[in-house]
Write a new protein. Structure first.
Ligand code: SF4
Length: 303
């Protein structure tokens, strides 16, 4: 009987998947996606030549080029690996998890990832970026498509630290349970993050859900392209308006002042209980490392 891997053309899946995963990690850690680099270049053109903002953006762009040329990590903090796997029916998620873990450990040995997994109490480093069932973080979704798709985000610790969750209404911010209330807390999150989180950043904003699903959705939107548009025009308009407003705060790259505090805002909507109105803001730093591996008919495509 034909097994799942034969059916999908991945008879020798372990070896081939392992090397494809290692390449995915290498690409993600060392090669900033083109849409992010383009956004940094556009941002530099808006800043006054010779200003601190322009100098900071120049340094980021130089760093991006060097990391790509030398195949070395973009930042000393290679972040938390977040994997999003979409697989056809019949795949073993246990096997996929094992393949991903082996690739993460090998990437750490090859210095593509910094050993970043420490015990929560003792602080002891596992040395290979593996830490029980939560590190690396892997989300599995089954699809009717016949391709196996693996997205990877490397999310830095500094930007993770400035993420925030709000519960509306919020009296201190005069934020009610409406879109203006959401706008107020989103701008507050940007204001609170100033000087930290390595701006210019990108915000993932989840409106609704429970505390956990809201955080999860606020990170998953980082899989979107920077220049895409939310499918609902009124939400796309909010993303654009709030971005323009955030960039008028004058915080600028690395908090040095300037026009570019954010490169983008991406919104997710989640149904919620009537009793709860959460708004969760995840912050992604300029080192916005996300890449995709698509495996179909024995071909591996990286994007
Ligand atoms: S927040 Fe991002 S750019 Fe800043 S140190 Fe961490 S990974 Fe690097």
């Amino acid at each position: 009987m034909m097994d799942t891997h034969q059916k999908h053309g991945w008879k020798n899946m372990p070896e081939e998947l392992g090397s494809a995963l290692l390449n995915l990690i290498r690409l993600t850690s060392t090669d900033l996606p083109p849409d992010v680099e383009d956004a940094l270049q556009r941002a530099r053109r808006t800043e006054r030549p010779g200003s601190a903002a322009s100098t900071a953006l120049d340094a980021m762009l130089r760093n991006t080029k060097l990391a790509r040329q030398n195949s070395t990590p973009l930042c000393q903090d290679t972040g938390t690996p977040l994997f999003y796997v979409t697989h056809p029916a019949g795949y073993s998620t246990r096997m996929l998890r094992s393949e991903i873990e082996q690739a993460v450990a090998e990437a750490t040995r090859q210095s593509l990832l910094r050993p970043n997994a420490v015990h929560p109490i003792s602080g002891e480093n596992t040395g290979d970026n593996l830490g029980g069932e939560y590190l690396p973080t892997i989300h599995f979704t089954e699809t009717e498509d016949d391709a196996l798709t693996i997205n990877l985000i490397l999310k830095g610790g500094g930007c993770e630290n400035v993420g925030a969750q709000y519960k509306l209404p919020d009296e201190n911010l005069q934020a009610g349970r409406d879109l203006d209330g959401v706008r107020r807390v989103v701008l507050d999150a940007v204001y609170q993050a100033q000087g930290r989180g390595c701006a210019p950043g990108v915000l993932g904003v989840a409106i609704g859900g429970d505390r956990a699903s809201s955080y999860q959705a606020s990170k998953q939107v980082f899989l979107r392209q920077l220049d895409d548009h939310h499918p609902a025009p009124h939400i796309a308009a909010l993303e654009k308006d709030w971005l323009a407003e955030a960039n008028q705060l004058g915080i600028g790259p690395m908090g040095f002042g300037g026009h570019t505090t954010l490169l983008g805002i991406k919104i997710a909507l989640l149904h919620r209980l009537p009793a709860s109105y959460f708004v969760t803001v995840s912050y992604m730093c300029w080192a916005y490392r996300r890449r995709r591996l698509t495996l179909r008919n024995r071909f591996a495509l990286f994007s």
